[in-house]
Design a protein around this ligand. Sequence first.
Ligand SMILES: C[S@@+](CC[C@H](N)C(=O)[O-])C[C@H]1O[C@@H](n2cnc3c(N)ncnc32)[C@H](O)[C@@H]1O
Length: 203
Amino acid sequence: MSASHWDAAYQRHGAGAVSWFEQSPEMSLRLIEACGLARDAAMVDVGGGASRLTLGLLERGFSRLTVLDVSATALALAREPCGASAERVTWVTGDARDWQPTTAFALWHDRAVFHFLTEAADRARYLAILRASLRPGGFVVMATFAPDGPERCSGLPVQRYDAAMLGDLLGAPFALRDALRHAHHTPGGAVQNFTYARFQRIE
Ligand SMILES: C[S@@+](CC[C@H](N)C(=O)[O-])C[C@H]1O[C@@H](n2cnc3c(N)ncnc32)[C@H](O)[C@@H]1O
């Protein structure tokens, strides 16, 4: 989970050839739009990497975006397609297990990051930060490998989930609003089954 591991992965492959690359993050955008949030709602993409999600959200008019990633290389790649609009995004190089956000977010998005936390203590630290920074009524959109998805990614082991398992970890303050499966087609031609889940904080 070190920054150097991820920097090297992006340097080796480039943004468009890593196995998790999506030309357009349609599932994430669909679930984020389903939250019905105002265009100035504060949103964070945790472990956003070089994803085009930020570009997609900017194109839809969302204006208070934060992207956190442990890899500065990934964030530099993510900025490129955003052009001048990148200046309106808060880019944070940091670790989801120990950053200290000062914003109360209305949306927490994570695609393919939480599933790398295979140690219970790491999951607990991540979830404590999530709970501390998500405002009441806010949403969590989480995408992980599904129970029949890959056991490893980028040379690292992962924990696989369905929506109920994610709900159990988030706990009682969160209500499941959507649960979907998605077959991700990697640039190399493999198919990876994902769980997408949308939760709302109700307490
Ligand atoms: C599989 S990629 C997914 C990237 C992006 N969410 C996407 O869908 O394209 C995992 C990302 O999580 C980042 N990452 C891994 N561990 C992290 C951590 N503990 N804190 C923050 N980012 C992390 C990596 O640098 C990488 O960009």
